[in-house]
Design a protein around this ligand. Structure first.
Ligand SMILES: [Zn+2]
Length: 356
């Protein structure tokens, strides 16, 4: 029989495992989730908010969150976003929150604002409140609530189970505590990814103007320098795309093999040349292990010296360090049971659904 001390230790260990699992899962939600609108960031934010706003007796308790509470949070979060953005280019337009047409929640809120409703409180007391709540609830139920946890096409209900016909969700045991414990981190990640999503929507770029450069200026990679890697890689890869092996033609981009989002430093051996299409499809995912073997073979074994010679004036070149970073990145994804990018598959891309 276990002693009380051993039981306490077991309890602490399983809590710690849950917390690590939680952080891994949140990271995966932001990278792997397939969303064309910003709703998942809003939902993640709303869940974190709700988790700290309800009392919790026990670290392992589950938490019931009513849809009504999530709806209120959604409206609160989007309220200011429904105001035109005064960009540096003199425009005064609404920022799109969906890669396509405007998000429904934004359109509805903007309509209310056009009726001279200036504050959230005024909205709550207005004739529009009921219909806004209804429309937001419908949006929430149709998309983000079940779609949030759909990673790489599979439902992984780590946060809450999907139950039909209910008016609430129940966070799994211990999840509310994790949201409370890591509230700042979750909110920071959600807001940051949200901002990047808005910036990435083409139609927004003329509205945001020069400010769209801000994030890159602070944290991004040096795009001008990246071009220096094109000639040597083009020669090594014999003019073909690293991923699909087809001729590059005019569509060539320098890809960070270990994505810049995961390791924000430029190492000379970490570049491959890919089609814009392949590069964009890979996004911030790690390429499947078979690509890692090919990358090692190409950049760290056969052409290591050639790459160093061509790029050492522009980038830090150290094949051993590149290998160590790649091992760390692949271990992290493997141990978190994350998903890899397996190459461009048109059937999967066409299955993408837009949620408004
Ligand atoms: Zn390609």
């Amino acid at each position: 029989m276990n002693s009380p001390t051993a039981n306490t230790t077991n309890y602490q260990t399983s809590n710690l495992q849950l917390q690590l699992g939680f952080i891994n899962y949140i990271q995966r939600l932001l990278v792997e989730g397939d969303f064309s609108a910003t709703y998942k960031y809003a939902l993640l934010h709303a869940l974190a908010d709700c988790a700290v706003e309800y009392p919790l007796d026990d670290e392992r308790a589950s938490l019931c969150i009513k849809f009504d509470s999530l709806v209120d949070k959604f409206i609160e979060l989007y309220w200011h976003h429904a105001t035109p953005f005064a960009g540096t280019t003199g425009t005064n337009d609404l920022l799109l929150q969906n890669a396509g047409k405007q998000s429904k929640v934004i359109s509805e809120l903007n309509y209310c604002q056009s009726k001279n409703i200036r504050t959230l409180n005024a909205l709550k007391q207005s004739q529009y409140w009921h219909s806004i709540q209804k429309a937001t609830l419908q949006t929430l139920k149709e998309g983000p609530l079940w779609r949030l946890q759909k990673l790489s096409k599979v439902d992984e209900c780590f946060l809450y189970p999907h139950v039909k016909g209910k008016t609430f969700i129940t966070l799994n045991p211990g999840i509310a505590h994790c949201f409370r414990r890591f509230y700042d981190l979750v909110v920071h990640l959600a807001r940051n990814a949200w901002l990047l999503k808005i910036q990435s929507i083409k139609q927004n770029q003329h509205i945001i103007g020069a400010q769209s450069q801000l994030y890159d200026f602070l944290f991004g990679c040096d795009r001008q320098n990246l071009a220096k890697a094109v000639p040597v890689l083009f020669e090594i890869q014999k003019g073909n795309c690293f991923y699909c092996n087809k001729p590059l033609g005019n569509s060539k981009q320098v890809d960070h093999f270990i994505p810049f989002a995961r390791y924000a430093h430029d190492l000379g051996h970490n570049f491959v040349l890919a089609h814009g299409k392949c590069n964009n499809a890979k996004r911030d995912l790690l390429a499947a292990p078979k690509f890692k073997d090919e990358w090692i073979n190409q950049n760290l074994v056969i052409h290591e010296k050639e790459i160093t010679k061509a790029l050492e004036s522009y980038f830090y070149c150290d094949a051993a360090k590149s290998l160590a970073v790649s091992d760390w990145a692949y271990d992290t994804v493997a141990s978190s049971k994350g998903h890899f990018w397996h190459g461009l598959m048109p059937a999967i891309n066409s299955a993408r659904t837009d949620y408004r």
